[in-house]
Design a protein around this ligand. Sequence first.
Ligand SMILES: [Zn+2]
Length: 167
Amino acid sequence: MTPQTYGFLSPKIEIRSLSGARGQAAFALEAIARDELLAVWAGRVLDFPGLQALSPAERSHTIQIEDGLFLVSVVPDEPSDFINHSCTPNAGIRGQVALVAMRQILAGEEITFDYAMADSTPYDEFDCACGAPACRGRVSAEDWRRPALQERYRGYFSAYLARRITP
Ligand SMILES: [Zn+2]
């Protein structure tokens, strides 16, 4: 039986376990067109103190959706939570909680987005090992300020960050 989930993941996407201890990732089962809806995140909305009160495991499935507000998964196995970061992503954010394809995605490709599209609070900074030639090495809450990323991800930032970038 499929466990209860609250978000949405396109039926064209499958979550697979990666070899070793690399966790899970989302892969396209068939071709996906540019701007097609891939996922919608769901959960409860917390402020920063509320987020900090959670355990690291609970906090790991979080996306920032507004100035000072965070969407945290209610259950630990939401399929839409297993979409990983890449410094050369093929997906971006529409609105605050939806993920769409930034370009055509082929069957078998991993679905990724850049956490700089959503996060501007230092709750989930990490050394990146995405393997992309353009990998910036460290993913930080300040990355959305980089002019090159603002240019590359225009139209695919979370709405609250798009407001900051182009008031
Ligand atoms: Zn990277």
